[in-house]
Write a protein that binds this ligand. Structure first.
Ligand SMILES: Cc1ncc(COP(=O)(O)O)c(C=O)c1O
Length: 446
């Protein structure tokens, strides 16, 4: 019994097949809200089923390698949490998060260059909940959100439930292009967008980093056009080369900052935070209480204990070394195996490499064949609200072992080579238009 991959129109779906296709009818269809109907499916999520097959090399999901987080350290944190904070860890807690954990977060932010007090942030169920809550408190149907193109699938999912118009601004190797951001803001006028959403460090999915100069320019433009900036920074502490660049939040206290324990500890705890101006936090807190009353006191108590002492720093340093090595293996394999008319980004940290193929390739149709060859990636169109970016794909180097990464890249190259040869034959015959080679734009609309 093997899962197959089908494209459902709105996204890819992994289905289990036993020789015959199984169609599931939803008899409640037609009763869902417009908001629920507008939530997009995601190839990344849908592919998890296929990626679970032992013979499939998964270069699709951005899963941290929690196999390297020592269980003894977590067990110790759980034991200490129960010994010292047992009663409160098992009880409802305050909506904005446990004070001790917020104090820990203040310390983490200070290390990145951001000065805050505990009242400037709330603990969330991962950065993902922060995205949903921001959409909930800021967006009415038809409102404009500006984001990078391509951008994080989970943000598109969170935002799309509130039915905004999402304007993508293209990137180059230094992150979002400020000339295009300015053009977009000018076109929309003052307060024309509800917020600008950016992932400045080792962007998901493009892997590029917003330069210091562009961070300052983004803030100037945000002030000029009176549009808040949302800075989503899950990967900031996973830098493998180059120097630390100050977060936007360090340059401007009005920035709304999302952080997470998912990449510095483990995503299974579902813990993140939002640091924002207090009036915004007050609104977000009400929305959060409606969603969950309060976050998990138990998970917070465990994180508090884990994050005291130095073990977590050693574990994180080990993780960063591991990811660094895997990134290098992926880049070497790309250089060795990928065709000449394909380009890719060179991330200085994080988890992802973004690959741009000639315009005529649709990576959605390549994916099914790649799965047959035992490897998964995410088609580029998943990362755009309008389905553009079909000639791009994202590959992740965070989870598989180096030999698997090299083999996975080789298998994708094999599938691509077949596809490209077919297209080239059509182009030569004049059946389809020719194309530029993969240029260092990120598949945006501009
Ligand atoms: C850019 C970005 N934002 C947010 C998240 C969600 O992270 P969390 O596990 O904290 O919800 C992710 C997860 O991969 C991400 O890549």
């Amino acid at each position: 019994m093997f899962p197959g991959i089908v494209h459902t129109g709105t996204g890819w779906k992994a289905v289990r097949t036993m020789g015959t296709a199984r169609v599931v009818f939803d008899k409640w269809d037609g009763r869902y809200s417009a908001a629920a109907s507008s939530v997009r499916s995601s190839a990344v999520r849908d592919l998890f089923a296929a990626a679970a097959r032992p013979d499939v090399i998964s270069l699709s999901g951005g899963m941290p390698d929690v196999r390297r987080v020592p269980h003894e350290a977590v067990q110790r944190a759980v034991r200490e949490a129960m010994r010292h904070d047992g009663a409160s860890a098992l009880q409802y807690g305050s909506g904005n998060g446990r004070e001790e954990l917020r104090a820990t977060i203040v310390g983490l932010m200070a290390e990145s260059g951001v000065r805050l007090s505990e009242d400037d942030l709330i603990v969330t169920a991962g950065a993902q909940q922060g995205l949903d809550l921001l959409a909930k408190v800021f967006l009415d149907p038809g409102d404009v959100v500006i984001c990078e193109g391509p951008t994080y699938v989970g943000a598109l999912q969170a935002f799309s439930a509130y039915q905004p118009r999402i304007e993508c601004v293209a990137m180059d190797e230094h992150g979002m292009r400020m000339d295009l951001l300015e053009e977009t803001l000018r076109h929309l006028g003052p307060r024309g967008a509800k917020f600008i959403y950016t992932i400045p460090n080792f962007q998901n999915p493009a892997g590029v980093t917003l330069s210091g100069e562009r961070r300052r320019r983004m803030l100037e433009l945000a002030h000029e056009y009176d549009v808040p900036v949302v800075e989503d920074d899950p990967y900031g502490r996973l830098r493998y080369e180059g120097g630390h660049i100050l977060p936007l939040k360090a340059l401007d206290p009005d920035v709304i900052y999302l952080g997470t324990f998912s990449k510095i500890f483990a995503p299974g705890l579902r813990l993140g935070w939002m640091a924002a101006p207090r009036p915004i936090l007050a609104k977000v807190l009400l929305a959060k209480q409606a969603a969950d009353l309060c976050g998990s006191s138990f998970a917070q108590a465990v994180a508090e204990r884990y994050m005291t002492g130095t073990t977590w720093r050693r574990v994180l340093a080990d993780l960063a070394r591991t990811y660094h090595e895997r990134r290098d293996v992926m880049l070497e394999a790309l250089a060795e195996h990928f065709p000449a008319d394909v380009s890719w980004t060179r991330p200085e940290g994080g988890f992802f490499v973004w690959v741009t193929l000639p315009d005529y390739v649709d990576t959605r149709s390549v994916l099914a064949e790649a799965v047959e060859h035992g490897v998964t990636f995410v088609p580029g169109s998943d990362f755009f609200p309008d389905g553009s970016g079909a000639n791009c794909l994202r590959i992740a180097f965070c989870y598989e072992e180096p030999a698997q990464i090299a083999e996975g890249v080789r298998r994708i190259a094999e599938v691509l080579e077949d596809t490209l040869q077919l297209y080239r034959a059509f182009v030569t015959a004049g059946a389809v238009g020719g194309t530029r080679a993969g240029a260092p734009v990120m598949g945006g609309r501009r």
